[in-house]
Write a protein that binds this ligand. Structure first.
Ligand code: HEC
Length: 133
């Protein structure tokens, strides 16, 4: 009887040892995956890609929609929340008269995750400060 419990104890110890080894390897893998792209890069990718923002928003001039620099400037002045606007929780403040045009794009925007919206905001902020300097 005693022998069996010793064997059991050894087995349990062994399996615990193996598990912690596995865990270490996993965390290392996650570590290398991160840092692949910055929020700025993710934001740019969405803005120029699947978000289709670039078709209506150029960076520093007006096209179909106001330029990003213009939008960011007004949002800073009024201390407004860009993400709330993108979630349709805040009213337009830049050019409410043409809001219907922007509205057509919410069909795409409403599928974006919190992280993607945040990345868009970071991209728009950074890209416009680098242009005005
Ligand atoms: C079909 C053209 C079109 C597309 C595509 C588009 N926009 Fe717009 N956007 C507009 C127009 C027009 C306005 C001006 C009306 C307004 O202020 O809401 C605008 C305004 C905005 C504003 C200012 C809102 C305010 O407070 O007035 C933000 C922020 C914005 N767009 C972000 C985006 C982002 C981010 C994308 C891509 C995910 C995008 N837009 C795609 C046309 C578009």
């Amino acid at each position: 009887m005693q022998k069996i419990s010793v064997v059991l104890a050894v087995l349990i110890l062994l399996s615990i040892g193996c598990q912690s080894e596995k865990k270490e390897k996993e965390t290392i893998q996650i570590g290398t995956k991160k840092g692949e792209s910055t929020p700025f890069e993710i934001g740019k990718k969405i803005f120029d890609g699947k978000g289709k923002c670039y078709t209506c928003h150029k960076i520093d001039k007006k096209s179909i929609g106001p330029g990003v620099t213009e939008i960011v400037k007004i949002y800073k002045e009024k201390d407004a929340d860009l993400i709330a606007f993108l979630k349709q929780k805040a009213d337009p403040i830049v050019d409410p008269e043409t809001y219907v045009v922007m509205k057509t794009n919410f069909a795409i925007i409403k599928n974006f995750s919190e992280e993607e919206l945040k990345a868009l905001e970071i991209y728009m902020n950074e890209v416009s400060t680098s242009k005005t300097k």
